[in-house]
Design a binder for this molecule. Sequence first.
Ligand code: RUB
Length: 324
Amino acid sequence: MPWLGFVPMRSNPIDSTYQMIKEMEVRGAGRIARAAVMALEEYCVSSRFSSTKEFYRNLFAAGEKLKSARPTAVSLPNSVNYVLAAAKRNEARNASLRETIRAIDEACDSFVASSLKATKMIGNYGARRIQDGDVVLTHCNSEAVTAILTAAHEAGKRFEVFATETRPRFQGRITASVLARRGLNVSLIPDSAVRVYMRKVDTVLVGADAIAANGAVINKIGTSQVALVAHETRARFFVAAETYKLSATTMLGELVEIEHRSPYEVVPRAWLKANSRVKVKNPSFDVTPPEYIDLIITERGIYPPQGIVFLMKELYAEPLVGIE
Ligand code: RUB
């Protein structure tokens, strides 16, 4: 497997990866999906099992643990389920442990390779929608978004980017620093300055943690506010997302859970102690309704949000991922 900037620790890949995802040392929906898959691969090839039965029991428990690390990004259960499906196929045909581990190893490699390829394809498709002279605004840090902006820049297009800080975790600094290092013209702005700059903006480009069957997009907290302001000034609002961010269970009425994180991401411990009557809320994601979204750019093509359900049905018809 190629170097991906993330290697699960050899001693206990499941526990260490779970912890890294939970603590956001590994973050972003695509990265956490690949990290979980790589942890499962490492776990399968490096652990010793006394029986096939023990192997399956431990593997499924490991998968469940990884899925619970963060609740909102559907890429996480989708990636884990992709690997577990390979295990289940082998379990059903009574394959040997050796064969099963080989099949899982292949499934993990294939997931990671297709994830990286999908991001690149999104970059190429999305870059066609950036014009010379455009002003683009992005929120948080999304690999799919930076792939588009980088591809457009490499294609020789000249445009300006505004990256929001993205409080409370400041992922916008990552975006600004990555783009600046790649030679793009980027300005970092406070989240609260979005409406000031939106008048200049042609296109808003954001990533996604999950996409619901009605085309609503779940992404970093603040995304829906940005969409509202973009709607006011008639800026285009594009979402870039690999298809493993489609939440198939929303076709059956399930809602996407919004993660609420520690208040200490918002204020220091000492401040909260001194102001113990203050309640601090820290939702990590929000929902942007489809009517504020123009297009969703995937590796399978570009869709209006209202068309996403057809792609979902095509990809997750049999069996619905996440539903057993
Ligand atoms: C990250 C975030 C990103 C999406 C898409 O939130 O909201 O926009 O995950 O990212 P967090 P990518 O920092 O809390 O994980 O395109 O890289 O998958």
